[in-house]
Design a protein. Structure first.
Ligand SMILES: Nc1ncnc2c1ncn2[C@@H]1O[C@H](COP(=O)(O)OP(=O)(O)O)[C@@H](O)[C@H]1O
Ligand SMILES: [Mg+2]
Length: 278
């Protein structure tokens, strides 16, 4: 936990609650979504960084979370991966309440993430970075040779096989971002969360990154991607959630959300603010 993290109690009214008659997703025998977020709220002192967020992610689907700087995107990722604790609300993965699980336990339970600023293991080459992540992922843990096989497959899937023997310091930002994804995938996630996996990329690297993102959602895996470039969002999102000032402003098909007046205003306003015109 960070020094600024406040310890939150678990208010029953805001938690997704045990699957049962009080839980809407438990009614009518309907399958629970892969990820179910309800009422998720996080404050930093007087600042409400995230307020009463409700979201679902299904397997095989990629949800993009978008919003201006400071909208609460990274706070959402940190809450879902145990880097922060919520003040209110909670989330379930495959019907299991993981709201207050520690980081290591969340990764074992099937939620892995990438970081906005890549965090490779600097002393190990690319292949080792992925192999170690495979050995530390959710059970059943592979043995040494199975982890090597998995690492080789992931390096191929992420286009890193030509750089397997390179050290992180030798990689371009595009390759570092791919390594982040390969390491997160090596944990065999049910839910992969990628925080700005295209951040800082340009030109052909963005196109290649988009192509890679489009392969991530699988029948046994759901994906959340934080992204703000409209072109990329339109190409990768099965669904778009737009955050503004910590609130979920709109959610739905990407083209519809991006055409929404409130969303356009929020984005244009943020752009003007950045340029000092507001
Ligand atoms: N550790 C923290 N302490 C205080 N305020 C924070 C902290 N982390 C984030 N914030 C604030 O919470 C809000 C949301 O931040 P963040 O989730 O990083 O936004 P985004 O990722 O959408 O740019 C911002 O106003 C930010 O300044
Ligand atoms: Mg952020």
């Amino acid at each position: 936990m960070t020094g600024s993290t406040t310890r939150a109690s678990r208010p029953a009214s805001r938690s997704p609650g045990p699957t049962g008659t009080s839980d809407p997703a438990g009614d009518c025998g309907e399958a629970a979504p892969l990820l179910k977020v309800r009422g998720l709220t996080r404050r930093f002192g007087g600042l409400v960084a995230l307020e009463e967020i409700d979201l679902d992610v299904e397997v095989g689907r990629l949800l993009v979370v978008m919003g201006p700087n400071g909208a609460g995107k990274s706070t959402l990722v940190d809450l879902l991966t145990g880097y922060l604790r919520p003040n209110e609300g909670g989330f379930r993965l495959d019907g299991v309440d993981l709201t207050f699980s520690p980081r290591w336990s969340l990764a074992r339970s099937g939620i892995t993430r990438t970081f906005q600023v890549p965090r490779p293991l600097a002393r190990f080459d690319v292949r080792e970075n992925v192999r170690i992540a495979a050995r530390c992922g959710s059970p059943p843990r592979p043995g040494r040779s199975a982890a090597e096989r998995q690492a080789a497959e992931l390096l191929s899937e992420t286009g890193l096989d030509g750089q397997a023997s390179c050290y992180p310091a030798e990689l371009s930002l595009a390759s570092l971002r791919r390594l982040e994804l390969a390491r997160a995938l090596a944990g065999r996630p049910r839910l992969l969360i990628a925080d700005e996996p295209l951040g800082g990329l340009a030109g052909a690297d963005i196109d290649a990154g988009i192509a890679l993102l489009r392969t991530l959602a699988r029948p046994d895996r759901g994906v959340i991607v934080i992204e703000h470039a409209v072109r990329a969002v339109l190409q990768v999102a099965d669904e778009l959630a737009f955050l503004h000032h910590g609130r979920l402003l709109r959610r739905g098909p990407a083209a519809e959300v991006l055409a929404d007046r409130a969303v356009v205003d929020a984005y244009v306003g943020a752009g003007l603010l950045r340029r000092g015109l507001l």
